[in-house]
Design a protein around this ligand. Sequence first.
Ligand code: URQ
Ligand code: ZN
Ligand code: ZN
Length: 499
Amino acid sequence: VLAQLPLTNKRGEFDMSTLIRGGTVVTADDAFRADVYTDEGVIKAVGENLDAPGDARVIDAGGQLIMPGGIDPHTHMELPFMGTVASEDFYTGTCAAAAGGTTMCIDFVIPAPQEPLLEAYNKWRGWSEKAAADYSFHVAATWWDDSVHRDMATLVNEKGVNSFKHFMAYKGAIMADDEILVNSFVRAKELGAICTVHAENGELVFKLQQEMKDRGITGPEGHPLSRPPEVEGEAANRAIRIAQVLNVPLYVVHNSCKESLEAITRARQEGQRVYGEVLAGHLVIDDSVYRNPDFDFAAAHVMSPPFRPKGHQEALWRGLQSGNLQTTATDHCCFCADQKAAGADDFSLIPNGTAGVEDRMSVMWDQGVVTGRLTPNEFVAATSTNAAKIFNIYPRKGSVNVGADADLIVWDPEGTRTISAKTHHQNIDFNIFEGMTVKGINTHTISQGRVVWADGQLDMERGSGRYIDRPAFAPYYAAMERREDLLAPTAVNRAKAAE
Ligand code: URQ
Ligand code: ZN
Ligand code: ZN
């Protein structure tokens, strides 16, 4: 597969070959001293004492690590949402990601109810033309009829989509009820695609929002009160059980609490194919932010699921350490103070979303590896390789294999920086990690074989990012069919037995 990959980016050529010399390569399952040579946008050689042509750019990686570029499986660049549009677009967002060591984002096409899925896909592909690094799209099933059934096949068979998202929250907007979940899960399985869910019970959220406002609670402190962890735990468990009955793999995005983690852990212990994602923010920030008297500060943290009470964060770290959570992401969805002000008198009108795409890698190293929670190999797995494997683009992405895309970071494990909205490259006026001094920074980012971040400077080209096709899991599903007899609902088995 690797040999057939395109060897040029959208510019049709590659500026240079790059030799990263003297570093230690760290992958999801190995660490060894080696140089890495890249040319034409792919990794050409990995080994000691490599030579390079005279015009190659040479990076001295002595004392540093060479790792796969981060993959953020959950971003929302320039998302139209709650009456406004996210302030970060595909160009500025992919630049900010690269500045922090992330070289690929998987974003979301989110059709409005009744909007044809293919129409929405084409619209988002237009917006993402400006991206400066590689990206891909999950597509959301926000409604259902025969056209959705049909478009899902076109998306899988012709557009390189292998994952369909379902928002179980956001009643009256993009919420998928159980009928949509069941129809879409069955269709995704037929097509060899994986299903993902935003797991919050949208009916309960709606009811609790009303209850808060009836009690006169209209400030941002009402946001977490209207979506307690149980609301997430119920939806996660419901989606997991539906997936189990329909025998389809499931990926639960942005798990924020013990309750959803428990649902995933139980299912995995019973052999069900369920994956869990956790946001860097939910691992380090708690719900005290919503009790800050400053509206802008509290509103800046309004996202769903909300930041949780102390204790949930450590449980999520244990989820990563135990392997019950596999990926980290940011849910990068930026709204500035003037946009958040829409909810000045009613917290349910505050556009939901926070940033993170530039800081995930350093926050995960500082709070994961430096603390001893994660090994460097586990860091690579959780920030890059596992997402590549789950969404079927490994080893093209998420590896340091010869033939893979040359998306790499040179990592200084002793380097430090202090995170601030004053200095970040994200197009938002707030940073949820403000003031945090983190150990572990990317001194260089290589994207498609080009050095796009070095010496604290970005060198990226608008529109040079590529849409990355993600193949269906057809071969895997053939095996799943064979398991069908074992795991099909008992009613089906009983009927078969009666035949
Ligand atoms: O729910 C999501 O993932 C999108 C709409 C971003 N906003 C958020 O609060 N997480
Ligand atoms: Zn979500
Ligand atoms: Zn999201």
